[in-house]
Design a protein around this ligand. Structure first.
Ligand code: 5GP
Ligand code: ZN
Length: 136
């Protein structure tokens, strides 16, 4: 647990939340500023900042819980679909530096507004050069 971390405080029960699911690995609760009705956050109980500093064995366990909670929301709400979002770093819009997955229920076409990363047609030569530069 990290002292100044709001999500650690929620996991420890020091700050209340509207709980959706809990087990030994994760806590899932409603986001206080929901994008859509049922917007749920899934966090590991341990403190990790984001995707890159979370040990793979923990991450696997958390992602399986994201699947479990999303499947539950789809029937319990219900919803037609959902987005899973996970922000890393302020540049990506992360405001709480404790790993969390957003599950954002969606209904119909575009309910709750689009998640807009406006794609533009890529230049094939640039894409090829970029892939060659960053290939692992
Ligand atoms: P981020 O932008 O870091 O991916 O998302 C953080 C999310 O946490 C935001 O959607 C915000 O509404 C939510 N949040 C921040 N503080 C609290 C809190 O104290 N309780 C709950 N339930 N959600 C919070
Ligand atoms: Zn934390």
């Amino acid at each position: 647990m990290k002292n100044d971390c709001v999500f650690c405080a929620i996991a420890a029960g020091e700050i209340p939340c509207f709980k959706v699911y809990e087990d030994d690995i994760v806590l899932a609760y409603l986001d206080i500023n929901p994008f859509t009705s049922g917007h749920t956050l899934v966090i590991p109980k341990g403190h990790f900042t984001g995707l890159l500093d979370t040990p793979p064995e923990v991450l696997k366990e958390v992602v399986v819980r994201v699947q479990k909670v999303a499947a539950h929301l789809k029937t319990a709400l219900p919803c037609d679909g959902f987005n899973v979002l996970q922000n890393n770093g302020a540049a990506a819009g992360q405001t709480v530096p404790h790993l969390h997955f957003h599950i954002v229920p969606r209904n119909g076409a575009g309910e709750g507004g689009g998640i807009s990363f406006a794609g533009r047609k890529g230049d094939m030569d640039s894409l090829k050069a970029l892939a060659e530069r960053i290939r692992m």
